[in-house]
Every structure is written in C-alpha cells, then in structure tokens.
Ligand binder design. Sequence first.
Ligand code: FE
Length: 287
Amino acid sequence: MDEIRKIKHMLKAVPVLEGAGVHLKRVFGSREVPDLDPFLLLDDFHSRDPEKYIKGFPWHPHRGIETITYVLHGRVEHGDSMGNTGVIASGDVQWMTAGSGIVHQEMPKGDEDGLLWGVQLWANLPASHKMMPPRYREIKKEDIRDLVLENGVRVKLIAGRMNGVEGPVKDIVIDPQFLDVSLPARGVFDHGIPRGHKAFAYAIEGEGDFEPLARKTAGPETLVLFEDGERVNIAAKDKPLRFLLISGKPLNEPISWQGPIVMNTDEELETAFREYRNGTFLKHRGK
Ligand code: FE
C-alpha cells in the first residue's frame, strides 16, 4: 500500500505588519527555512477593515524568487517596472517570476463590504534560474478548471496535473502542484504527491484531519506540513472543509535572504541591494 504522509508539524500563523502598514498573518517565512524548501513564505491577508490593508505594498524590488498571489475576496491592483499594470480579482491567480528583478507595487482593495482576503506564496528559484527574465502568468478565475470528483469533492487546479488534466500554470522549475480543495462535511480527499516533494496544506474554511487518525484537527490560519510519503489523506469533520494543498520539488541550495530578495550567497544579496541603490537593478525592462 502507498505510504500516507504523516503530519510533520502544525504551526499557527503569526500577525505581522508589512508593506506600508498592512496587517497580515505570516503562516511561514524565513524562520522556517529550510523546512519548506522550495517554498519560502506564505502570507494570509484577511480583513474587513480597509485601514488594515489600504496602504498596500508600494514600489519594492524582488529578485531570485516567484511570488504567487491568489485572491479570494476583493482585488489587488498591481503595476511594475516592465510597464505591466492589472488587477488580480477575486478567484484570480498571479504567478510572477521575478527572476533577475522587477520593481512593482501591489495595492489591495476590498470588495463592496470592505472584505479583502488572499494569500501570497513565495517559491524559490534555483541558482540556474535566479537571473532569468521576469515573467508573469495572469490566471483568470474562468481559466481555472474546477474538477468535480466522487463524494462531492471539488478541486480548483491552479498548477500541476491531476486526473489527466493540467492546470493553467505550467513550466515552473519546482514542478509545483497548487490545489484549492473543497470537501463536503465528512468528505475525504486521497491524493498522490510525488515522493520527495515538499507538501503542505492550509485550511481556508472548516476543520479537518490532515492525517488519518490524527490526534489534532487543523483549521484556518494553521500550517500543516507533511512528512515525505506517497499520498495525503485528508478528511473533513462535520462541516465542509476548504484548504489549499501545495507541493513542489525541493532545491537543496543555500539561501541568502533579505526582505524581498532571495539569493544563494551573501555576495549576490549585496550585489542586488547595491544595484537597487545605484539604479542598475533591472536587467530586463520589457516594454
Ligand atoms: Fe511584491
């Protein structure tokens, strides 16, 4: 029988202040390196109070990573050094590969009730791709396949392959799978994840057992990190459960990280900040 992954640990998200004063919950970040390799950070921004997010994330650089923004409610307006502007609306995903560098801003706006909710995941790039040309994948809600499985399980397939279907985000070095899974009350999701890939779950609504016979249920604002294995088996309690299930291939490379820039060595990090100060940071300007 395939080996079911056990829970390695569960971690409660912690409040942090980021950007120009955005209150968010950090699910994991630099203190967890290298536990989550190839993933670096997960932030959950969720508020009904515009004062808590409206100042947004004004112009800042990224290099050496990918940032993946998934908006659940409200929207995020963005603009960047390559001349791109746009809106990540409710249900949309922006998969941004910063590569050699972009300078951008991300400005959250609530829905008509002031509700803003989304997550931003950072994935690392290997040394061979840290200086690649920046690239965007803008995935609209309607481009995300909604797979309906047996037992009323629904899966929004954002990246990776499942049941012969490929998600809209392709050709990413870490071979990620990014799923938004909804289970009915007492529903079960049994799903294969390649051995050796790092995998974690993050509940959005409801509570569940993320390992058969788990001693503790997990709900929102809690990271569930899995041990290695071949599959996960996740069960809802007596209410529906919605969670993100994310996996990817570890890079096993040294990490030198400061703020929005993640490189392999301190020298590369110093170079990045020096270039940002003296105006030579952008290597690919685009249009
Ligand atoms: Fe950013």
